[in-house]
Design a protein around this ligand. Structure first.
Ligand code: GDP
Length: 299
């Protein structure tokens, strides 16, 4: 039997977060405990700012609650982390527009195509009709992979070999409106010759989507690999500046993820986390819950 997604999440997070759990095995609350905790949080990619904030909050809580032993401190850390992560907990809401147009970006390998497949399935399971747009026209493999997901989920796909990504996006949004679809998911390229090209291309797609449908895109999602730690935070900042992100999908949290990066994101660029990826299968997409995540990270 497959382990529950929570078990896989905490196992994945614990591979790097194990340091955090072991901080609390002693019997004394002293400076050494706080120092070890600081190291463990940094190792889990929580980043300097979020780590500093967490430790400040924790010291205050320990005083307020008169925590008597490390186990009590650990519970208070779970509270502090949950509070920090809470702004990221926000559901993806579909239905205010028909179709809801969702543009999806992410660097190659982040798990973008897989996440679009999972999201398609999730939406279909909730009774939404979906149209896929293969706007990553550069990689034939990306188009084919998206085609496989479309077939598997029996949804329409707009795709054009070597075409202009913006034109494919325009056609897909127009087709989505004409066919009365609930959701149009636009898959974009994850790598071009230069980073500048990529951002220009993505902003062009964004503009052209708005030409096809004035209120769109309604959502701009970035898929990030939870294993890439602080680099994921840099990606969130760069893509947010270029595209005004509305949400994130954080993948591979069942792996050796340095999940602390979500605390860094919450601290420095709180873009909501609509979903987390906890495996390669179609059902391995979960909504993000701050409390669950905090407890999984602390092991
Ligand atoms: P893209 O280049 O961003 O479109 O990335 P892909 O969707 O092709 O995914 C890259 C690799 O990561 C594939 O082998 C996926 O199966 C894998 N992958 C994607 N999401 C997850 C996840 O949540 N957990 C795990 N373990 N693997 C994932």
């Amino acid at each position: 039997a497959r382990r529950s997604w929570m078990a896989r999440l905490s196992a994945g997070l614990r591979k790097t977060g194990s340091g955090i759990t072991t901080v609390f095995v002693g019997t004394r609350i002293d400076e050494a405990l706080y120092e070890e905790l600081e190291d463990a949080l940094l190792m889990a990619d929580t980043g300097v700012k979020a780590t500093t904030q967490l430790l400040q909050t924790l010291r205050r809580k320990v005083k307020e609650h008169k925590a008597a032993d490390p186990a009590a401190v650990k519970a208070l850390l779970a509270d502090a982390l949950t509070e920090l992560l809470q702004p990221l907990e926000k559901p993806l809401v579909i239905g205010a527009h028909q179709p809801t147009v969702i543009m999806v970006a992410g660097v190659n390998g982040a798990g973008k195509t897989t996440s679009i497949g999972k999201l398609t399935r999730h939406l279909a399971d909730h009774g939404q009709s979906v149209l896929l747009a293969a706007a990553d026209t550069f990689r034939a493999a990306a188009r084919e992979q998206l085609g496989v997901w479309a077939t598997r989920n029996t949804v329409d796909i707009i795709s054009q070999q070597g075409g202009d990504p913006a034109a494919v996006s325009f056609d897909a949004v127009s087709a989505g409106r004409a066919r009365g679809k609930d959701v149009v998911l636009v898959d974009t390229a994850g790598r071009l010759p230069t980073q500048l090209h990529l951002m220009q291309e993505l902003t062009k797609i964004r503009r052209v989507i708005t030409k096809a449908y004035a209120s769109a895109p309604h959502e701009v999602l970035l898929v990030i690999d939870g294993n890439t730690g602080q680099n994921a935070l840099a990606q969130v900042k760069a893509f947010d500046e270029a595209l005004q992100l509305t949400g994130l999908i954080v993948t591979k949290l069942d792996g050796t993820a340095k999940g602390g990066v979500l605390a860094a994101i919450a601290q420095e660029r709180p873009v909501p986390v609509y979903f987390i990826g906890v495996g390669e299968q179609v059902q391995d997409l979960q909504t993000f819950k701050a409390r669950e995540f905090a407890e999984a990270l602390l092991g």
